[in-house]
Design a protein around this ligand. Structure first.
Ligand code: ZN
Length: 165
């Protein structure tokens, strides 16, 4: 089980997200802290990442307020490291933020968190797959908390299996 220090830049941010943090499975052993860990800018010339603060050390996740930053990315991960940007307006959507944290945690343990659509046949049971395809056929976004949560559960079980294999 990956053990990670989960830093929230401020108490305000922690308080906003805390009610939904429980949706992240206990497989991720998170020690919640407030403050700023040591960070680094790895791609200063890339508009997605220019001033995006990645934790400088393994085992650290950093959740920060993104207002005023130039970098476009909402989240990023390296092996056992992740950073998640939260805009002020997103504090009112703690489930969305908790899912974003879960998404980056999955990347941090090597899971294909961006592959919800190409892997739909693998992670959805037949009834779910029919509903998922119907949404796509109606051109509705499947980038919703409802689908993401199911996909992330499947990926977490996959990560557990890979760890114990
Ligand atoms: Zn991703």
């Amino acid at each position: 089980m990956p053990e990670l220090d989960l830093y929230f830049e401020s108490n305000t941010l922690l308080r906003a997200v805390a009610p939904m943090l429980g949706i992240v499975p206990a497989f991720f052993r998170l020690a919640v802290r407030t403050g700023k860990p040591k960070t680094a800018y790895y791609w200063p010339d890339d508009p997605n990442w220019s001033d995006f603060p990645f934790p400088a050390h393994d085992g650290v996740v950093y959740v920060f307020c993104g207002d005023g930053l130039a970098s476009r990315a909402a989240g990023g991960a390296l092996h056992l490291r992740a950073a998640v940007k939260v805009m002020k307006g997103e504090r009112a959507s703690p489930e969305l933020v908790a899912l974003r944290i879960w998404h980056e945690l999955l990347h941090a343990v090597g899971q294909p968190a961006d592959d919800m659509i190409p892997r739909a046949e693998e992670w959805l049971p037949p009834e779910g797959l029919a509903a998922f395809r119907a949404e796509r056929a109606r051109r509705r976004s499947v980038d919703t908390n409802y689908w993401q949560q199911q996909f992330y559960h499947w990926l977490t079980v996959r990560a557990i299996r890979e760890e114990t294999a």
